[in-house]
Design a protein around this ligand. Structure first.
Ligand SMILES: O=C1O[C@H](COP(=O)(O)O)[C@@H](O)[C@H](O)[C@H]1O
Length: 248
């Protein structure tokens, strides 16, 4: 693979809780840099960011001006909000129920709608709230992402690589094994973000992280390897376990 155009900023911390704290501090710095303006944040789901949401609720409650944050999701599963699989539902339980945010700041995927309608409605919500670039793509200030052991990110899976170049803002996708329907941001939208930050922890991700960061030949088959925002601000926050085989 071409290594010259792919150079993520790697940040390696001893443990998962250290990764969560580093991201929380990064969020505070980004808010400072935005000088009183709003911060449009796309959240990821899955297991990795749960520590972050707990930490923000417990230790950053009084360190953040919550009224400036606007929450969106990079992907969600088409399940009710009280289902344990709901990415929004998890953030509600761990964060929103404990910090001063208003309903108007929170923009979950409308999973009560039929899937294609939900994707269209979510795209419209995003375009209504966010500034756009010259291609009409919304600009998230921070797009926080995770990566599955299969190399998927948001809900762009190795068998749905076409979503990396899809011209829509959001699309419906089927989880390759469970068949669960999801709504995801597409590749062009993720890559239009002002900043993309991957949070990846644990030794189940070690091999995949190394293949992508070291630009091994197989890397092209993993959706996460194609996330490289045009802003150049691509950060990978890793714990030592996930980074164990990265050649610095
Ligand atoms: O299915 C999903 O997986 C990825 C990675 O999740 P993790 O459990 O391995 O941390 C996540 O980023 C995505 O939002 C989620 O829907």
């Amino acid at each position: 693979m071409d290594k010259s155009i792919y150079s993520p900023n790697l940040h390696v911390f001893p443990t998962g809780p250290d990764v969560a704290r580093a991201f929380a501090d990064h969020l505070v710095e980004k808010l400072d840099a935005l000088d009183g303006g709003p911060l449009f944040w796309a959240l990821s789901g899955g297991s990795t960011p749960k520590l972050l949401f707990q930490l923000l609720a417990e230790e950053y409650r009084d360190k953040i001006d919550w009224s400036r944050l606007h929450f969106f999701w990079g992907d969600d599963r088409m399940v009710p909000y009280d289902d344990p699989e709901s990415n929004y539902g998890e953030v509600k339980k761990l964060l929103f129920d404990h910090v001063p945010v208003e309903a108007e700041q929170i923009h979950p995927v409308p999973t009560e709608l039929e899937p294609q309608e939900a994707a269209r409605a979510y795209a419209a919500t995003i375009l209504e709230h966010l500034p756009q670039n010259s291609d009409g793509l919304p600009i998230f200030d921070i797009n926080m992402l995770g990566m599955g052991t299969d190399g998927h990110t948001a809900s762009i899976f190795p068998d749905s690589m076409e979503l990396l170049t899809d011209e829509r803002v959001c699309a419906v996708v089927k989880h390759p094994e469970s068949g669960q329907l999801r709504v995801t941001l597409t590749g062009p939208v993720i890559n239009a973000s002002d900043e993309v930050v991957f949070l990846i922890t644990g030794n189940s991700k070690t091999l995949r992280v190394a293949q992508i960061v070291n630009r091994e030949q197989q890397a092209t088959t993993f959706p996460a390897a194609h996330i490289n925002p045009s802003s150049g601000r691509l950060h990978w926050f890793l714990d030592q376990a996930a980074a164990a085989e990265v050649g610095y």
